[in-house]
Design a binder for this molecule. Structure first.
Ligand code: HEC
Length: 110
């Protein structure tokens, strides 16, 4: 093997990994897709019904993990199981990008 080819191959591999993120989440697409979540979670990620959690500012990885868990049945809920069934991996990453990008502040009680 040419002595130069190994570092070049390694560099190539590094670029491949860096250049192809699992899925490039799309904020605008996430906002549009979040319309189907807004009756319960709000478009702004602040829940509209008492039994739904706020999603604003929740981490990308947590939202994705939970949506996949609802989709594959590891986590069950009568509402979310139905919602998650129809979501693709791309939908999940876009939605997670949207909700995780919302900035929130917290005020503690005195
Ligand atoms: C009909 C109401 C409803 C709709 C519509 C809905 N959800 Fe939910 N969602 C819920 C409820 C209720 C829970 C709490 C489930 C539980 O108690 O386990 C939940 C939980 C979640 C969780 C887990 C959050 C956590 O803190 O563990 C995520 C993530 C989530 N929903 C995302 C979405 C997304 C994204 C959409 C739109 C594609 C959506 N939901 C649409 C009602 C809804």
């Amino acid at each position: 093997m040419n002595p130069l080819s190994k570092p070049i191959l390694l560099l190539g591999a590094a670029f491949c990994i860096a250049g192809t993120p699992a899925l490039a989440a799309d904020l605008e697409a996430g906002k549009k897709k979040a319309r189907q979540c807004r009756t319960c979670h709000g478009l702004d990620g602040i829940a509209r019904i008492p039994i739904a959690p706020h999603l604003a500012g929740e981490s990308q990885v947590y939202i994705e993990t939970q949506l996949k868990a609802f989709r594959n049945g590891k986590r069950e809920h009568e509402m979310m199981t139905v919602v998650a069934e129809d979501l693709s991996d791309e939908d999940i990453s876009d939605l997670a990008k949207w909700y995780s990008s919302i900035k929130i502040t917290a005020t503690m009680p005195d």
